[in-house]
Design a protein around this ligand. Structure first.
Ligand code: ZN
Length: 204
């Protein structure tokens, strides 16, 4: 199982990091060892100082596919969950400045929070009208709306499958909306899709 992450899929988040809007989706991969086991607290590693949360809608692939056309992409997933793409922002900035790959800043152990439960996509009347959010302690820090994605879910699946064969169980992190910020010791992060609690993670 692998995680394919989409970077810069919401215009406001591109602005807050002062990045350029890409002409095509930006992709990177996290290995299966990046998944934080459910029930485990998040323990921040010692190789960076500035860890950021990025809440993202997560798509679970349900069958093998390659070169999937956008119009058929909906057949490749049944369920939608929520996750946090944990990013070592200071390390990422150093790697970016040197033009080096991001893996150490993005794909390290426990850098992917994934909700235990997923929601059937048939529970949503419109996949382009899903709202999700992240609470840090008692404050809502990020609010996302799939209508504001630069590339919609089906377009992402089609694009990704040109490069990476999608397999049953693979996860797609669809990009973060604005509001990313620092993770601190003892923070509690709670994620919601349409008001339903999807995960609760403690930082230790
Ligand atoms: Zn991300």
């Amino acid at each position: 199982m692998k995680i394919i992450c989409v970077g810069r899929n919401y215009a406001e988040h591109i602005k807050e990091l002062q990045n350029e809007k890409p002409a095509e989706p930006l992709l990177f991969i996290k290995p299966d060892s990046a998944v934080l086991p459910n029930k485990n607290p998040l323990v921040l590693p010692d190789f960076a100082q500035d860890f950021h949360f990025e809440v993202e809608l997560v798509i679970k692939i349900n069958k093998l596919g390659k070169y999937i056309e956008t119009q058929f992409a909906h057949r490749y997933y049944d369920e939608i969950g929520l996750g946090i793409d944990i990013t070592a922002r200071d390390l990422q900035a150093r790697l970016k400045a040197k033009g080096l790959p991001w893996e150490k800043a993005k794909a390290f152990d426990n850098s992917a929070v994934v909700s235990r439960e997923f929601i059937s996509k048939t529970d949503f009347p419109d996949l382009q009208n899903i709202r999700f959010s992240l609470k840090k302690n008692d404050t809502i820090v990020q609010q996302g709306h799939t209508a504001k994605m630069l590339w919609q879910i089906d377009e992402l699946i089609s694009y990704i499958s040109r490069y990476f064969t999608l397999k049953k169980g693979d996860l797609i992190f669809t990009g973060t909306p604005s509001g990313v910020g620092k993770i601190q010791l003892n923070d509690v992060f709670t994620g919601y899709i349409e008001g339903k609690e999807m995960f609760r993670i403690k930082v230790k």
